[in-house]
Ligand binder design. Structure first.
Ligand code: HDE
Length: 732
């Protein structure tokens, strides 16, 4: 069985009812529209020129004589080469690397008190969506698992037009004002003189900018936390970041923040793992998303809103319009109102994922801009960039960008006009169409917004000048493990800087967040700690930690996780197939790793498992857990010299992952793979039993049936990582 089939078998039974209804949603309006533009190349077709003339030869060009020069008369050859020459378009100036998927959104809790937008009021609607996840700094061919903010851009194809929430996986941003965006991006992108480093924030220019931009420090805490090395797109929260305005049918306005909560929980890689995967599988995240959807294990998110009525705008010690601040959930709880399911991979990356043109100004009636100074120029920027990126103002006519509702206006012509607009092209006219539509009939009428008044000047609101409180809140709210990761991340990033002044200034800034944090980083960098001690306000929030189980935003489940099941010729079939079958029923993906990509024979006559990976074609980093099946025969006798097994066990252990073994692989694990680490556990293992400690699961050689092992193994996988494990002695 191929990996795709085994993945499919694994997850099909683990998916819940809401996902199964997803199939029905594929008959939605957007899919139907896209179908009209889709050519099926898997059917039998002859090759033709662009102008439709069938060609008899596409391999040999027209020549003047057998060994003569190619003739310019060869229309097909010229067209083929010319088209190829122009295949590339500019990549996005930021968020160049991404992966997308189709899905749908279904509301379960209407919010008429907040907005009159039908998509947030009508529970019978199933609204088609397209989501694109991305990294920010790297170019289109860079790696997925770098430390970076992840884009989380969602388009809803509503009956009232396209609504885009162009968000990120962090709820705040580096800067308060759009006008600073080019500086931020120039600083983080590769340095101009040598285009180094690619997709990394660990370099002088970035930290130079940050240390001189204190408003960025809250975001920096998110950036250097585990959030920005996510385990999977499927395991990321998403945030609209800005505070938007929503308007209800009575014309009452509220400030609203949008949140996406992943059903599979919020989980991350560890840094060493992220670094290695960048080389081992640069497509790790897009493959993970693609495989899950192909397998029918559709990722889901709950859409939530934090709502502040306009009258309460000034109730906070920060400004609601400041995108470097969260609204702590203790102050304004999130109300979850609907579910988004991603259930279809694109047919063509370029036409769909690359050509989708998200825009923050794509808002439907009932949702509006607030006065957030990061938002208005941003809305200008998206409109502007699409025209240069996609080559024409007519990018709205590209299939993935077309709304599913009728579109008539008087915009005309331009490069690549793709429809024939018959009739009037101005207003008012004697035909009376296309005409403005009154608000009562669905025309957009922006709500009358009170303006603060004042004089025209380049200023920011008074509360915009406080930059450290929420950075400290974030730090205080982390568990010790997460704090250690942040200290290590600062140490790595600043350790990559060459300019001592940059390091010094950054440490001074971190010192305003927390003195201990600054001292720990300084110690790691072997530079003097900051002298002044600024008081830490001591406040915490339980909604931010990814490890603290009391955070209601998180979920711990083994569903959708991947186990690498290592077998060698002569393995114990009963235990291996027991795990495989049971995990398939639980929605946990099992990949068999063997000496060959072929059938691997067990010790029981006539039984085998098909390996999807060889020891050489995968690493432990590609799995959430590794399990080594015991067995007998010459290969098992040589196991202590099986370097790939030893490395996989040690590396997974070092990355705090679930590691397990059964039968004859247990003494191997204990003595050779993890010497001195699990003696105590193995001493207590009964021959027919299972023993567990800190994510290590071992099964005795006389264990006949798998259920007890399956239970322990899946429970450990669901914990994500065994953070209590001491890995200091492990070299991998
Ligand atoms: Fe973007 N951003 N951005 N950004 N952004 C772009 O648009 C920009 C900001 C975000 O998958 C560009 O189509 C400005 C915040 C995502 O296609 C560009 C500012 C947030 C994506 C642009 C910001 C984002 C982009 C590049 C200053 C989180 C990828 C190509 C305020 C809320 C969307 C493009 C996709 C892409 C400009 C800040 C998220 C140049 C001027 C804040 C997820 O228009």
């Amino acid at each position: 069985m191929s990996l795709a089939e085994s993945v499919k078998q694994s997850v099909m039974s683990g998916v819940e009812s809401v996902e199964k209804t997803a199939q029905k949603a594929t008959s939605d309006a957007k899919q139907a529209q896209l179908a009209d533009f889709t050519l099926d190349y898997t059917k039998d077709h002859g090759i033709a020129t662009h102008f439709g003339v069938l060609q008899s030869d596409t391999d040999t060009s027209l020549k003047a004589g057998v060994r003569g020069p190619t003739l310019i008369e060869d229309t097909h050859a010229r067209e083929k080469i010319t088209h190829f020459d122009h295949e590339r378009i500019p990549e996005r100036v930021v968020h160049a690397r991404g992966a997308g998927a189709h899905g749908y959104f279904k509301l379960h809790t209407p919010i008429p008190e907040v907005t009159y937008a039908p998509i947030l009021n009508n529970t019978s609607l199933s609204t088609p969506t397209f989501v694109r996840f991305s990294t920010v700094g790297g170019s289109r061919g860079s790696a997925d698992t770098v430390r970076d903010v992840r884009g989380f851009a969602t388009r809803f194809y509503t009956q009232e037009g396209n609504w885009d929430i162009v968000g990120n996986n962090d709820p705040v941003f580096f800067i308060q004002e759009s006008i600073k965006f080019p500086d931020l991006i120039h600083a983080v992108k590769p340095e101009p003189q040598n285009e180094i480093p690619q997709a990394q924030s660990g370099h002088d220019n970035f930290w130079d900018f940050i240390s001189r931009t204190p408003e960025s420090l809250h975001m920096i805490m998110w950036h250097l936390s585990d959030r920005n090395i996510p385990r999977s797109f499927r395991m990321m929260q998403g945030f609209g970041v800005h505070t938007f305005i929503c308007v209800n049918a009575k014309g009452e306005r509220s400030f609203v923040k949008f949140h996406w909560k992943p059903k599979l929980g919020i989980h991350s890689l560890v840094w060493d793992e992220a670094l290695k995967i960048s080389g081992q599988d640069p497509d790790f995240h897009r493959r993970d998303l693609w495989d899950a959807i192909e397998a029918g294990s559709y990722p889901e998110w709950e859409l939530g809103v934090q709502v502040v009525p306009e009258a309460n705008e000034h109730d906070f010690d920060f400004d609601l319009l400041d995108a470097t601040k969260i609204i702590p959930e203790e102050l304004i709880p999130i109300k979850y109102i609907g579910t988004m399911v991603l259930n279809r991979n694109p047919d063509e990356y370029f036409s769909e994922t690359e050509q989708i043109a998200f825009c923050t100004q794509h808002m439907v009636p009932g949702v509006e801009h607030s006065n957030d100074p990061l938002l208005h120029l941003r809305s200008f920027s998206y409109q502007d960039t699409q025209s240069s990126r996609l080559g024409s103002v007519n990018w709205n006519l590209i299939p993935i960008n077309r709304p599913v509702c009728p579109v008539f206006n008087n915009h005309r012509d331009g490069f690549m006009q793709m429809q024939i607009n018959k009739g009037p092209n101005y207003w008012p006219n004697r035909w009376g169409t296309p005409h403005p539509v009154p608000g009562k009939d669905g025309g957009q009428v922006l709500s009358p917004q009170p303006l603060p008044g004042g004089v025209k000047e380049r200023v920011r609101g008074p509360k915009f000048s406080e930059h450290y409180n929420q950075a400290t809140l974030f730090w205080n709210s982390m568990t010790d493990v997460e704090k250690e990761h942040i200290v290590n991340a600062f140490s790595f990033e600043l350790g990559k800087c060459e300019d001592k002044g940059v390091i010094e200034l950054t440490l001074e800034q971190i010192n305003f967040i927390d003195n201990k944090l600054a001292c720990l980083v300084a110690a790691n960098l072997h530079v003097p700690p900051p002298k002044e001690v600024h008081p830490n306000h001591g406040k915490t929030t339980k909604f931010l930690s990814q490890i603290d189980r009391s955070n209601p935003n998180n979920t711990f489940t083994a569903v959708g996780r991947k186990l690498g099941l290592f077998v060698h010729d002569g393995f114990d079939f009963g235990i291996a197939s027991g795990i495989k079958t049971a995990f398939a029923a639980m929605g946990i993906i099992v990949a068999v790793v063997g000496p060959r990509k072929d059938k691997i024979k067990s010790s029981t006559d006539g039984t085998f498992l098909e390996a999807q990976f060889t020891f050489e074609t995968c690493r432990s980093t590609l799995f959430d857990a590794v399990f080594f099946i015991g067995g007998s025969g010459p290969e098992y006798d040589k196991l202590k010299r099986q370097g790939r097994w030893l490395y996989a066990a040690r590396e997974a252990f070092m990355h705090f992952k679930t590691v397990g073994a059964s039968g004859s692989a247990v003494p191997w694990l204990c003595k050779y793979a993890l010497p001195g680490e699990i003696d105590h556990l193995v001493d207590h293992l009964k021959e027919d039993g299972v023993a567990v400690e800190q994510g290590v699961v071992v099964a005795g050689s006389k264990l006949k049936e798998a259920p007890a092992l399956v239970k322990s193994l899946s429970e450990e996988i669901a914990k994500h990582r065994a953070w209590g494990r001491d890995v200091s002695a492990i070299a991998a």
